[in-house]
Design a protein around this ligand. Sequence first.
Ligand code: PHE
Length: 361
Amino acid sequence: MQDLDRLKSELVASIEAADTLEALEALRVSVLGKKGRVSLMMRELGGMAPEERKTAGQALNLVKDAVAAAIDIRNAALSSAALDARLAAEAIDVSLPVRPETEARLHPLSRTIEEVVAIFAEMGFSVAEGPDIESDYYNFTALNIPEEHPARQEHDTFYLSPDSDGRRKVLRTHTSPVQIRTMEAAEPPIRIIVPGRTYRSDHDATHSPMFHQCEGLVIGDGIHMGHLKGCLIDFCRAFFGVDDLPVRFRPSYFPFTEPSAEVDIGCTRDGGGLKIGMGDDWLEILGSGMVNPRVLANCGYDPEKYQGFAFGMGIERIAMLKYGIPDLRTFYDSDLRWMRHYGFLPFDAPSVHAGLAGGGV
Ligand code: PHE
């Protein structure tokens, strides 16, 4: 018995001294494994007299349990130490500042789209998308621009080669076809914006064959011109960061809206420079209007039941005005010096509450 007690304390002491998980496992095998010390002693019980076997068996079981318990405890301690060491070795301090020497910059067009999305998201709009290669129907006909309508000529459309049934797809000339796609796929109420690429065959200092627009569409029950005005005035003031920015609605014409209005913001051109805000001059930045009942009907809506407004703006134009970028063509030059000057730090996400005035770096 005394021998067994001594054996128990010896084994427990060596288990407590094991300094790696591997060493502990080797110990376990040498004691409790098939040919382990305690297992062999268990086997010897078979040759003993019944009385002797009973006491010896009980004593041996105590040793076995004590050893197993010591192994469990040591195993837990070594495992958690190993995990701590690994966590310490692989730690990344996410609170460290961005590396100041970082070269990456966010393009001002991406930044402008993010800002527009942030403002409209705050008003409950979600982002919708559609294809760049569009059918004639979605780009024109469904928007109340039938064949031979003069508005088609104004769009300087890029046509693709005719397909097998003679129909020619187009590169979308505006983001308005996504109005139709959205109305066909959803039921009112609808509140979406559509930032995306658009194409027109036009190339000079103020036009690029590929440019960006952001469409907006709101459809519901009882939507009127007051909603359109409130929404767009709020947008202009938030985007340009001028609380009292004058906003003017000027009658205009688009086949898909009736009535239609172009939206101008106040500015001054005193002293050669352009300043957005209170002044004696105006700058056009948006097209808008109440969705034409014919367009609603084309999408299977009852115009007696639902009304809505739509708007569209050029992303390059509002980016140039806000960030003082003088030449449209530089947006697509991939000039790294230009990016360093007009680009944004990629971690500096725009949000309405943080203010959208957004200076460059
Ligand atoms: N699609 C028009 C354009 O490209 C803009 C617009 C959109 C006007 C929605 C009114 C309503 O000029």
